[in-house]
Design a protein around this ligand. Sequence first.
Ligand code: ADP
Ligand code: MG
Length: 232
Amino acid sequence: MTPESYIEQARAAKRTALDESAGKQLLAAYGIAVPKSVVVRGPEDVAAAFKDLKAPVVVKVVSPDILHKSDAGGVKVNLKSAAEVEAALRAMAAAPQIKAAKVEGYLIEEMAPAGQEIVVGGLRDPEFGPLIMVGLGGIFVEVLADVSFRICPITRVDAHEMLSELKGAAILKGARGRKPASLDAIVDVLMKVGGEKGLLMRHADDIKEADVNPLIVSESGAVAVDARFILS
Ligand code: ADP
Ligand code: MG
């Protein structure tokens, strides 16, 4: 499939956003690492799906009605057997917000190697076109709004500057006993998203908003474990 086909499929289905699985396939088409995953319809499909994955795995609800899966009880990490996945999926299906939503399936995916969580985003400015954003994950983005923006396309120098501008930049280098995160791996992802031949430039007319939250960055690489693309 070409990168365009994920967007075309979503439009054909009258969707205003790509689901998580399609979003990750779009990222993968640009060379960004995503977890190996399978979408199942329900508990009866878990055993077969689990065989193709390396434990531990994560289960997530797939629903166009649920934007923040964790808040709805729709994410369970670190599951080590098919039985644990099945139990997690049943418990999820019974959560009030999920019961009330249109559920299209459940995504089962491998855990990313441990690392620091960062956020990479994109949006389309009516005047300037695609913008790219990077920030540190969790409270750094949500409470401290420690993010930096650039107009696309960016160069590798821009990408490095975006990271050094963050107030929490020292954290990436391994402050306070944390393992350092690979800056090169983050820069690579920023280029694949916001560079001249990157995803945001190439799909500038289709993508209104992009959100990779989080990208999990270890000492040696980066994996996009959540992806949301809103179509124009
Ligand atoms: P949402 O943002 O909709 O609540 P996410 O898909 O971002 O759901 O998952 C919530 C959190 O679970 C992530 O921020 C991350 O900490 C963890 N997580 C999700 N998927 C993985 C994965 N494949 N590997 C490791 N951790 C994961
Ligand atoms: Mg997320």
